[in-house]
Design a protein around this ligand. Sequence first.
Ligand code: MN
Length: 426
Amino acid sequence: MRLTKNQISDQNKSGLDSHQHSYDFLTEKLTKNNHDVNQIIEKIRAFQVAIPSWALGAGGTRFGRFSFYGEPSNLEQKIEDIGVLHCLTQTAGAVSLHIPWDIPSDYTAIKQKAAELNIKFDAVNSNTFQDQKDAEKSYKYGSLSNVDQAIRAQAIQHNIDVIGIGDKLGSKGLTVWLADGACFPGQNNFQTALQNTQDSLIEIYKILPSDWSMLIEYKPYEPNFYSTVIQDWGTSFMLANECGDKAYTLVDLGHHLPNTNIEQIVSVLMLKGKLGGFHFNDSKFGDDDLTVGSIKPYALFLIFNELVYGMQNNPQNPDLAWMIDASHNIKDPLEDLIQSLEAIQEAYAKALLVDQEALRSAQLENDVVAGQEILQAAYRTDVRPLIEKARLLSGGALNPIDAYRKLNIRGQLIKERGKNTIATGL
Ligand SMILES: [Mn+2]
């Protein structure tokens, strides 16, 4: 299904007066405080987040999966769903493919469909955390780190194949996340596992096109519960340095032990020019993959504050590949993604309001109270009128969730696709 501009502007009509009122009020206040509101809105409009191809169906846990009707059953339908999201929110202008779950059967047709919906192909993701039907070798005991050279070679070749697929679509990045590790002490040799991983990554890096980047993701545990080979940002950073200039660390918000200071990690990586990608989600205990901003919105703001600082002060760091990496069991996946996209925009807009100059002065004077006041003044500002304005200017919905429901989009998807479709890859 495809939404039209008219459908959206019809939905917007009833809320325009109220929006304008709160927008004018906020603009007056921000302008008095020396903020350039138009510039902030342009930044919000330019901020685009990739939607992963696996997030459009209902997610599952190892205990069960409760289907959501009208799910997209092929890549074409997944791109259509992202088209709906982008049309409503104007901030989901990219897709991140997971290979081999979403290998295009017709490249020209998929590229055309994405172009029509104004969607770009972001980083492609390889998968060596599960065995594929026709695979010769098993990744049960690891992929790029495996003690068996033939298994490592198969995993290296898979990543090379993924680069080939991404290249045909116009992607510029490969994301590597490894499940490799050990469930029990004595299962593997830490040094051998790391050395094998490094050597394998270098083999993949060697064939990376010159305008591509390789993003190395880390995670402390799960599915292995004793050790993960790339367990933390330091290990990823070290491997990226060993590979070369086009290799970077990728931070996934859910891939940290509880209470890790993620904003500090972001800050250090940007200073070193090595933060390449970012996966958004939220969590209470582990890699919960909950809706962005649903559990720890202040932490998300503090992270964005460092991202904004880095984007303004660290020209040595490249533009980041932004992606939502959340998927769960309960909500309509499209509504969930809309909520995540709004939380991201909100945290970004608030971070843009931080008075960096005043913060710097407070820090130089060791005025701890002032530092906190400056951050919280930005955090406590209700920036939603700015996000609404950014969406309106781009042709999106004033209230995307409301429009999604009033237009009965899920109902239409069920009519088109039926009740029993299941998204691939989950
Ligand atoms: Mn991730």
